[in-house]
Write a protein that binds this ligand. Structure first.
Ligand code: FEO
Length: 412
């Protein structure tokens, strides 16, 4: 089926591709297919908001060309760079030669590299920026990590329409565009989408809720599935409810050995972060505490962080005895992460990781983080060269502790 278009408000059109294939998507198979929704605001400075999957870029540009002379397009807003929304940009930008691409700063190099757009005009927008598009005004709100770093949402002030790209979407390939015309309750699809795409990033839903709290929204026009124009607040509140934090009763244990206190400082940063997330946290210096106390603490913990400085390419102090004991214990269901400060290669951190992998705990690794969430700013094991003084080192440690905190939230 070819790309279609439909009027959704005055001078505002949905241009969509209904894709009813059961394609793989974020480690899922889209059982009900999906749609890729783009929008044309036919104003004094005609503006396109998001495009469609790269596979359909050419037919999308042709469809858009039936609605407007592509050379008249003034702005192309890209809320999110994943190719299911920015993919049509290659075909569109080639024909919409006068258009300026509007996006966040992080998105610029991504779009330039993905679609060879180095010579195009970009307009970088920041949180709260407004853009006059000739008869309508767009307001931009940054919503990082929902679900990638560069993500933003766009709000048309005059029409009170929110264009949130992936957020508030549904994966369904249906002809009826509006949720109130679906003929069934979309809640299951809405929540299913939330669980798959948004929930791994639920910490950032707070930013989103803050961004939309003062907006009068009469329509949500996302980039997959249904456009919502009834019970708007119900759907926003659903995100608030589903992302609510409950770490109550959760415990963590941090065990470390340290040479010059850098690994100890890392332990403190992890502890502070976990406690800020309402996780009861015990911290043990393995060289100054009894092994029995440490092992009892680990037994009652939901998450275990183990760290050591590296000396002569190995761990230091009593840590290895503790780690050997863990192999004789049933620790199923617990999360585990390795950390440490180092000066040259940081072998101790990798040795700890190997020991943890020999237990039946769920050991955090960068590879698993990327595969399960797409996040690249969270790294395990947590390796810090020398003392964690600089803000970026502190942030790296916090990112890991926050990630584990989120995993300890009550399940969705
Ligand atoms: Fe629908 Fe993140 O792409």
């Amino acid at each position: 089926m070819s790309t279609q278009f439909k009027k959704i408000a005055e001078d505002t059109y949905w241009i969509g591709k209904i894709d009813n294939r059961q394609v793989p998507f974020h480690r899922l198979i889209l059982a009900k297919g999906t749609t890729y929704n783009s929008y044309l605001l036919k104003t004094g400075k005609p503006t396109v908001i998001d495009t469609v999957d790269m596979e359909f870029g050419r037919e999308y540009a042709e469809c858009l060309g039936e609605m407007i002379d592509l050379l008249d397009i003034h702005y192309i807003v890209i809320n999110h760079t994943e190719p299911d929304h920015s993919g049509g940009l290659a075909a569109l930008a080639a024909k919409a030669a006068n258009a300026t691409i509007v996006c966040t700063e992080i998105a610029v190099p991504e779009l330039q590299e993905m679609y060879k757009l180095h010579s195009r005009n970009f307009l970088v927008v920041k949180d709260g920026d407004k853009l006059d598009i000739g008869g309508k005004t767009l307001l931009f709100k940054e919503t990082p990590y929902l679900h990638t770093a560069e993500t933003m949402i766009t709000y048309c002030i005059e029409d009170q329409i929110l264009f949130p790209c992936d957020i508030f979407s549904t994966h369904v390939a249906v002809e009826n565009l509006f949720s109130d015309e679906a003929g069934f309750d979309i809640t299951e699809d809405f929540q299913g989408y939330y669980a798959a795409i948004i929930h791994p990033h639920r910490r950032y839903v707070r930013t989103l809720l803050e961004a939309v709290k003062d907006l009068e929204i009469r329509m949500i026009a996302p980039s997959h599935g249904f456009v919502i124009r009834e019970d708007i607040r119900k759907y926003i509140d659903m995100y608030a409810t589903l992302s609510r934090e409950t770490t109550q009763g959760k415990k963590a244990t941090i065990v470390y050995t340290t040479i010059k206190n850098s690994t100890k400082k890392m332990a403190k940063i992890i502890q502070d972060c976990l406690q800020e997330n309402n996780i009861e946290t015990e911290v043990w210096d393995a060289d100054k505490s009894s092994a029995t106390d440490i092992l009892n603490s680990i037994t009652s913990a939901d998450a275990v962080f183990i760290g050591s400085s590296t000396k002569y390419a190995d761990m230091i102090g009593n840590l290895e005895n503790i780690l050997k004991e863990l192999h004789n214990m049933n620790l199923e269901g617990k999360l585990a992460a390795a950390f440490g400060s180092y000066g040259w290669s940081g072998e101790a951190i990798e040795v700890i990781q190997d020991y943890l992998n020999g237990t039946n705990m769920t050991v955090q690794s960068t590879s698993e983080v990327i595969k399960s969430t797409g996040m690249t700013h969270v790294e395990f094991p947590v390796r810090i060269r020398f003392s964690p003084k600089e803000p970026e080192k502190v942030q790296k440690i916090k990112n890991a502790a926050e990630f584990v905190s989120d995993l300890l939230l009550s399940s969705f």
